[in-house]
Design a protein around this ligand. Structure first.
Ligand SMILES: [Cu+2]
Length: 292
C-alpha cells in the first residue's frame, strides 16, 4: 500500500525536482530514477560512455549465452538425442572459448584503465581544494588560492527553507569556478569517509593520515549534489555535499566575501569535539608540495 502511495506521489516529486532544475541547473538524485544523473563533467561523460559500451557488450554476451543454452537444452534433450555424444574434448573449440573472452576482456580493460588514469590526476589545476571528512560534516580548505577554510553541515530537517532538499542541502556550499580544473585532495579527521558527487564523476575515499587526489571540471554553472558514501557512523546520512559552480568572476567575488565571512571558521573547526588529538591544523597542510 505504501508502495502504491509512493508510486502515485512520484510525479509530484518529479515536478518539484523539475521546478528546482528550471530555476538553476541542478543535478541531484530524483525519486524513481533508473539511470545515472546527467553528466556535468568530462570525467562523468567518459564514465557514462564506457558504461554504455560495456552495457552493449554484456547484453550481447547474455543474449548469446542464453540462446546457446536454450538451443542445447532443446536440441540435445534425451527425447531428441537419445544417444549422447562421447566427445571429451575439442582443441579448436577450447582455444576459441578461451581466446574470445580474453580478447573481449582486454577490449574492455583498455578504455577502462584509460578512464581510471584520466580521473586520477589533474592535468593543469586552476585551483586546489582540500576536502576533509569529519563525523559528520565536511571541511573545505581553499588554501591554494586564499585563506578560506570552513565547515559544511547538512541543514536539519526542522530548519529547511522552502525549496531546500532534505538530507541534501547544506549551510555552506563548496563554491568552485565553472569550466576550471579543480584539484581535490581528500583526507579525514577521524574515520574513513567518501567524497561522492555522481554527476561530476567524483568518488574518493577520505582516509585519516592519507591524502588522495582526484579532480573535476564542472561544464556549466549550477548546483551539484553528492553525499558521503562510506558508512562512517551514526550520522553518516547527514553529511551531504553541495558543489555550487559559478562563472569565474562571480567565484572571485564570492572568494573575497568568504575571506571575511569565514575568517573565524577554522578555529571553530579545530575546537570540534570530535577532533582527534595530534590532528594537524588545516592551514599547516602544505598543498604546494603536491603541485606537480
Ligand atoms: Cu562520512
Amino acid at each position: 500500500m505504501t508502495h502504491l502511495l509512493r508510486r502515485a506521489a512520484a510525479p509530484l516529486f518529479t515536478a518539484t525536482g523539475l521546478l528546482l532544475a528550471a530555476s538553476a541547473h541542478a543535478e541531484m538524485p530524483r525519486p524513481w530514477q533508473m539511470g545515472m544523473q546527467q553528466a556535468a563533467s568530462p570525467v562523468q561523460e567518459s564514465v557514462q560512455s564506457l558504461n554504455d559500451i560495456v552495457l552493449v557488450i554484456i547484453t550481447l554476451i547474455t543474449v548469446f549465452v542464453a540462446g546457446l543454452l536454450g538451443w542445447v537444452a532443446f536440441r540435445y534433450s534425451a527425447k531428441r538425442n537419445p544417444v549422447a555424444s562421447q566427445n571429451s574434448h575439442n582443441t579448436m573449440l577450447e582455444i576459441a572459448w578461451t581466446m574470445i573472452p580474453v580478447l573481449i576482456l582486454v577490449g574492455i580493460a583498455i578504455p577502462s584503465f584509460r578512464l581510471v588514469y584520466f580521473e586520477d590526476r589533474t592535468r593543469e589545476a586552476d585551483i586546489t581544494i582540500k576536502v576533509t571528512g569529519h563525523q559528520w560534516y565536511w571541511e573545505y580548505d581553499y588554501g591554494s588560492v586564499a585563506k578560506v577554510d570552513f565547515n559544511s553541515n547538512a541543514i536539519k530537517e526542522e530548519d529547511l527553507k522552502p525549496g531546500q532538499l532534505r538530507l541534501l542541502d547544506v549551510d555552506n556550499q563548496l563554491v568552485v569556478p565553472a569550466g576550471k580544473n579543480v584539484r581535490v585532495l581528500t583526507t579525514s579527521g577521524d574515520v574513513i569517509h567518501s567524497f561522492f558527487i555522481p554527476s561530476l564523476g567524483v568518488q574518493r575515499y577520505a582516509i585519516p593520515g592519507r591524502t588522495i587526489e582526484t579532480w573535476f571540471k564542472v561544464n556549466a554553472p549550477g548546483v551539484y549534489y553528492g553525499e558521503c558514501n562510506q558508512i562512517c557512523g551514526t550520522n553518516h546520512s547527514q553529511m551531504p555535499i553541495v558543489i555550487h559552480a559559478m562563472p569565474e568572476s562571480e567565484f572571485q567575488a564570492w572568494l573575497t566575501t568568504a575571506k571575511t565571512k569565514f575568517a573565524d571558521a577554522a578555529p571553530a573547526a579545530a575546537a570540534s569535539p570530535q577532533k582527534l588529538a595530534g590532528e594537524t591544523a588545516p592551514q599547516s597542510y602544505a598543498i604546494a608540495q603536491i603541485q606537480r
